[in-house]
Ligand binder design. Structure first.
Ligand SMILES: Cc1cc2nc3c(=O)[nH]c(=O)nc-3n(C[C@H](O)[C@H](O)[C@H](O)COP(=O)(O)O)c2cc1C
Length: 213
């Protein structure tokens, strides 16, 4: 890490780059503070969700997981087709295997307590709606991340945007039925007392909203 820091520092100096720390870096969080926000109105609750890459040791209760799934029954879907299918993995070997195949959580997957693979049942759609299950699955996934957070379950979305061949291999390894399309993997665990997250600065809505009269 020291070598990387030195190389970065000399690169910045060489190219006279002054990093804007308001746009990058890490932010420290406190479980008590986050917990207090989990039951606040949406405007406070929604701003307190972050992708977590550093999990605690307390076991996640099955009741809380089930409550999150219950809340997600209300997720809207095209023509109310309700195509979401969830595959929950809690076996350590399965978690490790799936995370290695996912490839985007190398540095932190060992502290996951479980994985939720959000899939869509493609048979809910006809041939002229090739992308609809990604829309419905995306809505479901966002709702699930909020529902987990509302139940004090730390989580992180992990891409399932892989080549068809690799997705097939993942489905085979995890025994996912052929009619299902993986939409998003969610790693979950408990919150630590204190932890750090990537700042992930956002664009202002003013930079992408067009008002049309
Ligand atoms: C569809 C999707 C896929 C993602 N895949 C990964 C991933 O593979 N690895 C990772 O570390 N983060 C992943 N993320 C997390 C994003 O980096 C994170 O959501 C983004 O930086 C915003 O930060 P926040 O979630 O803390 O607000 C993914 C997020 C989304 C929505």
């Amino acid at each position: 890490m020291t070598v990387i820091k030195q190389q970065l520092q000399s690169f910045l100096e060489k190219h006279r780059i002054q990093p804007d720390t308001a746009y990058a870096g890490i932010v420290w969080f406190d479980h008590e503070d986050i917990k207090a926000k989990e039951n606040e109105p949406f405007r406070i609750f929604s701003q307190s969700r972050y992708s977590i890459r550093d999990f605690g040791m307390d076991p996640v209760s099955q009741d809380k997981l089930e409550d999150a799934f219950k809340l997600c029954e209300r997720t809207p879907s095209a023509c109310n087709r309700q195509s979401a299918r969830l595959h929950v993995f809690t076996d350590r070997d399965k978690i490790n295997q799936l995370c290695k195949m996912q490839m985007g959580c190398k540095g932190f997957y060992k502290s996951f307590q479980g994985l939720i693979l959000v899939c869509a049942d493609m048979t809910c759609y006809s041939f002229h709606e090739p992308n609809q299950y990604f829309v419905d699955g995306g809505l479901y996934s966002m709702n699930l991340m909020y529902a987990l957070h509302a139940n004090d379950i730390a989580n992180i979305p992990l891409t399932m945007g892989h080549k068809t061949k690799h997705l097939k291999a993942i489905k085979k390894a995890m025994s996912i039925p052929a009619n299902e399309m993986p939409i998003l993997l969610i790693g979950y665990g408990s919150y630590k007392d204190k932890w750090k997250v990537a700042a992930s600065k956002r664009k202002s809505w003013k930079s992408y909203v067009s008002w049309n009269s």
